[in-house]
Design a binder for this molecule. Structure first.
Ligand SMILES: [Zn+2]
Length: 459
């Protein structure tokens, strides 16, 4: 640790700022990829809106209840789009709702509880009830991050980051509180909020509850710095909830660049300025590899650059290919840990042959499959509109959520229509995807009486 701190002014670990509005400049990266100040290209509205305003043929023969999204409370499409993408992840929602968190012991104003409440009610409540639950989620976020308190347009990625961080903190507090046996110690909350559990809802203080964000989205990257003078190696591991990646600059002679290119660009080996403790050398190389993979990899494409003249974040409407699969193989090592298994479904007796069959299928290991895209339509991060396309595993169909409106779409349409507006991409580890699909097909991931009982707890 001390050695690491002695590295001094090396800027690497400031590069991974999750905020699109405050990209920290890096001398090294700036050389090859300057903060774009290219003129904003007008987004083609007919293409960008194509996914949701045109009726599309339904792929289901059976009549279904009408789908309904979330009301816009006033420029809250950034929140709606993010929530729909998160809620559509079955492993995430199961970890939140089905591990038996004794909700009465969680303060009523905690994001964790409000989030779970909205998730549990999203498909069964009327818009007015959901509006109220949405307001509660928004105010739980605003109490920590004031910029979300009004009704101004906000950046969806900043909202996502805040959401994930705050949920993590809530679970930490919850586990800490129950360990220390003083219910309100960790919460900024009057004690009466966290008492009076009903019989049968006593918190099991010996139990540590799983954080849905940690087990689903969190991953670890190992940075390895090698001195060019003496070969001294220094490593550092870093945890992320998501990755902010640059738009690869397009050269006219080259084919269209893709999200895979952006990801590969992030993981490329770099030469850096470096003061070696051992030989006083001044140069080193640094490589980055996944040391632990997530179930769901969230990629934030840095489409905004700050325009000092206009004092706003202008958007780079550059076209980017959205592949169905990403492969992380070249960014992993033999020691890379796979995503955490679906613990909540352990009783479902998943056969090992599923995993074996995929590793033998000829497809590359550690592939991730596209499951959701949050898109921004408009010219700057403070204006425009957010929508989200999600793959609904239960319906085995793609849906476009545009505030209250929900429509069916196709994967190919999403890939095509969001090439200039796609902003945040959710990719699920293929093994996890197959396991979850199998569970949905066999009906063992939900709808049981046990699940139903647990789902009602946030009420
Ligand atoms: Zn050295």
């Amino acid at each position: 640790m001390a050695r690491w701190l002695s590295l001094g002014c090396y800027p690497l670990f400031f590069l991974y700022s999750s905020s699109s509005a405050s990209q920290t400049p890096s001398a090294k990266r700036s050389l090859t990829l300057p903060n774009h100040s290219t003129p904003f290209k007008k987004v083609r509205p007919t293409l960008d809106y194509g996914g949701w305003n045109k009726p599309r043929p339904s792929t289901l023969a059976q009549p279904q209840p009408p789908l309904q999204g979330f009301s816009n409370l006033g420029n809250t499409c950034y929140m709606n789009a993010i929530l729909q993408s998160l809620f559509s992840l079955p492993s995430f929602s199961n970890d939140l709702l089905k591990q038996g968190i004794p909700w009465k012991k969680v303060p009523a104003n905690a994001l964790l509880r409000r989030f779970a409440h909205l998730l549990a009610k999203k498909d069964t409540s009327c818009p007015e009830v959901k509006k109220d639950l949405l307001r509660r989620v928004k105010s739980a976020i605003s109490s920590t991050a004031e910029r979300f308190s009004g009704y101004m347009q906000n950046d969806a990625h900043e909202f996502l980051s805040q959401c994930l961080d705050q949920l993590k903190e809530d679970v930490e507090k919850m586990n800490k509180t129950w360990k220390s046996e003083s219910p309100a110690a960790a919460w900024d909350e009057p004690p009466q909020q966290a008492t009076a559990a009903r019989p049968g809802e006593e918190a099991d203080t010996s139990r540590v509850y799983t954080c849905p964000v940690v087990v689903n989205m969190e991953f670890e990257v190992q940075h390895t710095i090698t001195c060019k003078g003496c070969g001294e190696v220094v490593t550092k591991r870093e945890q992320f909830n998501d990755l902010s990646i640059d738009l690869p600059r397009r050269k006219k002679t080259l084919p269209l660049r893709s999200i895979q290119d952006s990801l590969d660009l992030f993981f490329r080996m770099e030469e850096i300025e470096y003061s070696c403790e051992k030989c006083s050398g001044k140069a080193a190389t640094v490589t980055h590899k996944f040391s632990r993979l997530p179930r769901v990899l969230i990629l934030h494409l840095k489409r905004y650059s700050f325009n000092a003249q206009l004092s706003l974040n202008s958007k780079l409407g550059q076209q980017v290919m959205i592949p169905r699969y990403l492969t992380l193989l070249s960014h992993c090592t033999d020691a890379t840990r796979p995503p955490l298994t679906l613990g909540w479904s352990a009783h479902a007796a998943m056969d090992k042959h599923l995993f074996l069959s995929y590793s033998q299928s000829g497809d590359l290991a550690n592939s991730f499959r596209l499951i959701s895209v949050v898109s921004h339509i408009g010219s700057s991060s403070s204006s425009g509109h957010y929508i989200s396309d999600v793959y609904d595993m239960k319906k085995q169909s793609w849906l476009t959520y545009n505030d209250l409106d929900v429509s069916r779409t196709q994967e190919a349409t999403v890939q095509m229509d969001r090439d200039r507006s796609g902003y945040i991409f959710f990719y699920m580890h293929k093994d996890v995807f197959e396991e979850l699909s199998e569970l949905e097909r066999t009906g063992s991931s939900g709808g049981t009486s046990e699940a139903g009982r647990t789902v009602l707890q946030p009420l």
